[in-house]
Design a protein around this ligand. Structure first.
Ligand SMILES: [Zn+2]
Ligand SMILES: [Zn+2]
Length: 290
């Protein structure tokens, strides 16, 4: 607990009727299903008001927080800033938020619920899964008014990971594949074709080893419901599989299937089989086979 002092003049209490408090490691709240309509904040600190001059603030709880904005908030009057790139906003995921750098103090009584927020390190291969329907962020918003009261805004990628085409990854509509050499993601349609995936000498590879060479992908699949790995990619799970394979070098197809189904579920195994059928591709940067 902290004491509220100089920050009190930035008080914005009661402006918004309802808020979600988003804190690290908190559980998802029961009202998450209609959480799109709530303002969401990231709480840095909790204060208790003590002021001789303002006795009405006594013992009241205030939160020092930053606002998080979703796709629908951009373009609203509140966030209109000509220098925010429409291309980035367009490509935000449905559950994606952008962390702002505008500190605010809000009244504790305006808080409705709490929910979990994931930071998405979108350049990584082995990110932990993010459950579908969870809030996540990968961008930060610099948002300020100049001395002429003109609003400026800039969205900064916290871990820039552009494909060679220069477009950011849109998890709702695109699939990407990871290049283990240049350690970057590329859109599948931006990769060069490279003939069949397995041919000649690779025909003699065991099924278990072929699977270890499956492309690391992320983004939309043909599955009806997105799975936990869809946003972040299959990299972590396939990495765990490769470790398992080292201690089970003689694994047969049935053992492999059982491994995947008991560790990651049937849907993931099915997705992996689909990925294995992808045609051979080359990285658009380094030409390595993917
Ligand atoms: Zn691309
Ligand atoms: Zn590459």
């Amino acid at each position: 607990m902290y004491v509220l002092r100089g920050l009190i003049n930035r008080l914005q209490a009661n402006i918004f009727a309802r808020l979600f408090v988003v804190g690290p490691g908190t559980q998802r709240g029961p009202e998450l299903h209609h959480a799109q309509t709530y303002w969401k904040v990231y709480v840095h600190a909790i204060y208790i008001g003590i002021s001789q001059a303002q006795p009405e603030w006594h013992d009241k709880i205030f939160l020092h927080c930053d606002y998080l904005y979703g796709k629908r908030d951009f373009g609203a009057v509140r966030l209109r800033a000509p220098d925010i790139k429409a291309e980035i906003v367009e490509r935000l995921g449905e559950m994606e938020l952008v962390m702002s750098d505008v500190p605010a103090i809000i009244h504790g009584s305006t808080v409705e619920d709490k929910c979990e927020l994931y930071r998405f390190e979108s350049h990584c291969l082995d990110e932990p899964d993010i459950p579908p329907g969870s809030w996540y962020f990968r961008y930060e918003l610099d948002y300020e008014k100049d001395n002429k009261n003109v609003v400026h805004g800039k969205i900064k990628d916290l871990n820039p990971t552009l494909c060679k085409c220069g477009k950011t990854y849109n998890p709702n509509t695109e699939r990407q594949v990871y290049c283990l050499s240049c350690k970057r993601w590329a859109h599948i349609e931006c990769c060069k074709e490279n003939g069949p995936r397995f041919h000649n000498s690779k025909d003699t590879m065991t099924f278990a080893n072929k699977l270890a060479c499956a492309p690391r992908t992320r983004g939309i699949t043909d599955a009806e419901d997105p799975d936990d790995w869809t946003l972040v990619g299959s990299g972590r799970r396939l990495g765990e599989y490769c470790t398992w394979l080292k201690s089970n070098p003689n694994a047969e197809e049935d053992d492999v299937k059982e491994y995947f189904e008991s560790n990651f579920g049937e849907q993931f195994y099915h997705a992996l089989m689909t990925d294995l059928e992808l045609p051979g591709m080359c990285c658009p940067r380094c030409e390595r086979a993917l």
